[in-house]
Design a protein around this ligand. Sequence first.
Ligand SMILES: *Cc1c(COP(=O)(O)O)cnc(C)c1O
Length: 371
Amino acid sequence: MSRPIQALIHTEALRHNLARARQSSPDARVWAVVKANAYGHGIERVYDGLRGADGFALLDLSEAERVRALGWRGPILLLEGVFEQRDLELCSRLDLWHVVHCSEQIDMLAVHKTHAPHRVFLKLNSGMNRLGFKPDAFRAAWTRLNALPQVDEISLMTHFSDADGPIGVARQLAAFNTATQDLPGERSLSNSAAILRHMGPQAAAQLRSDWIRPGVVLYGASPDYPEHSAADWGLLPVMTLRSRIVGIQQLQAGDSVGYGSTFIAPQPMRIGVVACGYADGYLRASPGTVAQGTPVLVDGVRTRTVGRVSMDLLTVDLTPAPTAGMGAEVTLWGQAGNGAVLSIDEVARAGGSIGYELMCALAARVPATQA
Ligand SMILES: *Cc1c(COP(=O)(O)O)cnc(C)c1O
């Protein structure tokens, strides 16, 4: 028998979360963001659940090829545009739309030979200061692009740095509106946090755009945990990481567990050894102390990790699950067999991270299946 760890990717949850994103903005078209191998879920495994989107947005040309290989004929957007001249040839061949965020990318387009002109998304740096043209350079970039025979329609986009927190989007939105005033073309503004927090019934008019760009919400995690949980937002978890108990230890008071003996049993207790470790993508930083372990479900019952996470194994307190024995089901995050849910955001936070990072870090050695 193979090692019992597995990831389940729930197709119905993807459909539900996509519908939830659409609800925020019924007139907008939806880019399903599937960069980083669909946030660790696997592009091929999410395609069924997300094919109801209007397009797929990603970074890597190889991922764009995979989406085309699945039979997708609709729009694909390269969120960072091209990295070198020859990437444009693949854009022409695969009919990819691409972001233009710097003058070097315009230079490349200007010498590109293509039969069909490219649809581009011109990116404004509205304050995040990662990619994009500054407001005072935006119009000149647009004019230059617009004069190129290689360029078809120009859409306008920006990316918010603070849609998930107290700073919000007002300043960046104002910068976008000023910089794009009177320019024709479709608009694309919102990531998950902007969709959920700033496109409710009151804010919808302000953030109206033609294309929204949900990422993490599609996978059922919350962009602003712990202020709101995924359940608060009506999202369903897409990734379940499950394994089994492969060893049991009966501890006496004073016995320690694992590397560094960081956990000492305060009283006699039963410990389950789980086939999951940091080489599977579980965070080594997850605490396993007496006061506060990382939450985990054993047979769907909530308990906590104890001791350090090692490469292939971690250990859990079986006190709340006295009947759980060898082979018992362990849910590291997602949905247990009995329907109980442990949110990836909560597990990530215990280890000092966020749901985004944890799902992206799922290791290639973990077999994943569509469920
Ligand atoms: C990753 C990304 C998104 C999606 O972000 P989420 O927070 O996961 O919704 C949207 N737009 C751009 C440009 C991105 O790079």
